[in-house]
Design a protein around this ligand. Structure first.
Ligand SMILES: *Cc1c(COP(=O)(O)O)cnc(C)c1O
Length: 391
C-alpha cells in the first residue's frame, strides 16, 4: 500500500523535533551537530531569537492579505535587497523553483517586448540544479530528473561544465540568456572560477543576452559575501534567490535590473503567497544580520578555519576522502569511499551532512556556527571517517 506521504523521498531514519543554534535534537533525545542546515536554508541556525521574534510579532498582527494590497514588510524587504545588491527591483516567491520560473519568463518577455521574440533559448550547464518544476527540470536537463516527465519545456541548450568552445558556438540569434549557479550545489559543490564568471558577463554583454545567476543555494552570505557573484566583481541581469533568505521560512525572490525586468508589467506575473507578511518579516530579520560586514567577516574567518581543518581530515583519511572543494561555508568533501556511507557514518557520530552528486559530501553549516561547533564538527567527522575505514 502506498504510504500516506507520497514516497518520493529517501529519508534517513531520523526525526528531529527541536533545533537550537547549530544543533538538532532527535525524538530520542540525541543531539546532532547540524552541518547541513536543511540544505543551506537555516542560514542563521535553528530558533535564532531575532527570527523567532520577527515571525511571532508578524503572526500576532497579520498573516495574509494577498498581493491585491500593499504589504509593508514586502516593501521593506525589497528596499533592503535593492539597497544591498545590483538589483533595481524584486519579485517575491515561495521557493527556488518559482524563482526559476520567473527568471525564465522574465528573460523571454524582455526580448519579446524588445522586438526580438525569437530570442527564447536559455543556455544551461551539466550538473546544474534549478528546481523540480517542468521548467526547472528542463533547464537542468539531466536524465535523472527529466525521464518520464516529457514533453519537456523547449528552449534549453545544455553545455558541458567549463566547455568554453561549446559556449561560443551555442549562442545564436535565438539565445535569450545564460543561466548558471556561481557555485553548483546539488551538482557537487563546484565553484565557477571568478575568471569564468567575468568571462560569462563579458560574453553576455558582447552578444546582447542576459546573464541569470541561480544563487538559491550559494547566496545570502553562504560564501562570505552577501551573494557569491560579488567575489568576481560582476553582476547578473537577473538573480534567483531562496533557501537562506527565509532562514527556514519558505521565501524566495527574483532580483533584476530595471532593463531586464522591463517586460514584467502589471498583470504579467503573480503569486498568491509570494511576498506574504510572515515570510517577508523573517526575510527582513535575516537581511539585517547577513548584510552586517562584521557578520560576513566572521563567516570568512570561520570558513578559513574549517577549510584548514578539513584539509587535515582529508590528509589523515586518504582511503575515505580525496579532496576539499567549495568556498566559504559551502564546502564539499570529494570522497573515495561512497559519499552515502560517509553521510550515514556521520549519523552514527551524531553529525548531519548532505550528499551531493559527483560522490561529494556537502557541508553547509549554519553561518552562525561557533568555533566550538567547528572543533566538535571535526571530531565527529573524524569519528565518521574512522567508522567508514573499518567497515
Ligand atoms: C534548492 C535549489 C533550487 C530549488 O529550490 P526549491 O526551494 O527547492 O524550489 C534551485 N536552484 C538551486 C541552486 C537550489 O539549490
Amino acid at each position: 500500500m502506498i504510504p500516506s506521504v507520497l514516497p518520493t523521498y529517501n529519508r534517513a531514519p531520523l526525526t528531529f523535533v527541536k533545533g537550537e543554534g547549530s544543533w538538532l535534537i532527535e525524538a530520542d533525545g540525541r543531539r546532532f551537530l547540524d552541518l547541513g542546515a536543511g540544505i543551506a536554508v537555516n542560514a542563521l541556525g535553528h530558533a535564532h531569537p531575532d527570527l523567532v521574534a520577527a515571525l511571532t510579532e508578524q503572526a500576532g498582527a497579520l498573516w495574509h492579505t494577498s498581493n491585491l494590497y500593499h504589504i509593508p514588510k514586502q516593501q521593506e524587504l525589497a528596499d533592503k535587497l535593492v539597497a544591498n545588491t545590483f538589483a533595481d527591483t524584486v519579485f517575491f516567491t515561495n521557493s527556488g523553483t518559482e524563482s526559476c520560473e520567473l527568471a525564465i519568463k522574465m528573460a523571454r518577455k524582455h526580448f519579446y517586448d524588445a522586438g526580438q521574440p525569437e530570442r527564447t533559448d536559455i543556455i544551461t550547464f551539466e550538473g546544474s540544479f534549478h528546481g523540480r518544476s517542468s521548467a526547472g527540470i528542463a533547464a537542468a536537463g539531466s536524465e535523472k530528473m527529466t525521464k518520464g516527465f516529457g514533453p519537456l519545456l523547449p528552449g534549453f541548450k545544455h553545455l558541458g561544465w567549463g566547455d568554453h568552445n561549446a559556449l561560443d558556438a551555442a549562442i545564436d540569434d535565438k539565445t535569450a540568456a545564460i543561466l548558471i549557479e556561481p557555485v553548483q550545489g546539488e551538482g557537487g559543490i563546484r565553484p565557477l572560477p571568478d575568471q569564468c564568471l567575468k568571462g560569462l558577463r563579458a560574453l553576455c554583454d558582447e552578444k546582447g543576452i542576459l546573464l541569470i545567476l541561480d544563487e538559491v543555494q550559494c547566496g545570502v552570505g553562504r560564501t562570505g559575501r552577501l551573494f557569491a557573484h560579488e567575489w568576481a566583481g560582476v553582476a547578473p541581469d537577473i538573480m534567483m534567490v531562496a533557501k537562506g533568505i527565509g532562514g527556514g521560512f519558505p521565501l524566495g525572490a527574483v532580483l533584476a535590473t530595471e532593463a531586464a525586468a522591463s517586460g514584467m508589467t502589471a498583470g504579467t506575473h503573480g503569486s498568491t503567497y509570494g511576498g506574504n507578511p510572515l515570510g517577508c518579516a523573517v526575510g527582513c530579520a535575516v537581511m539585517d544580520i547577513v548584510t552586517d560586514p562584521a557578520f560576513l567577516a566572521e563567516v570568512n574567518r570561520k570558513a578559513g578555519l574549517m577549510r584548514q581543518k578539513l584539509e587535515g581530515l582529508v590528509a589523515a583519511h586518504p582511503a575515505v576522502f580525496e579532496a576539499v572543494r567549495g568556498t566559504g561555508l559551502m564546502l564539499g568533501l570529494k570522497c573515495k569511499a561512497s559519499n552515502i556511507d560517509v553521510v550515514n557514518a556521520g549519523y552514527g557520530a551524531l553529525v548531519v551532512t548532505v550528499p551531493a552528486a559527483d560522490n561529494v559530501v556537502r557541508l553547509l553549516p549554519p553561518l552562525t556556527l561557533t568555533d566550538d561547533d567547528i572543533a566538535e564538527a571535526m571530531s565527529r567527522l573524524e569519528q565518521a571517517a574512522r567508522a567508514v575505514e573499518v567497515a
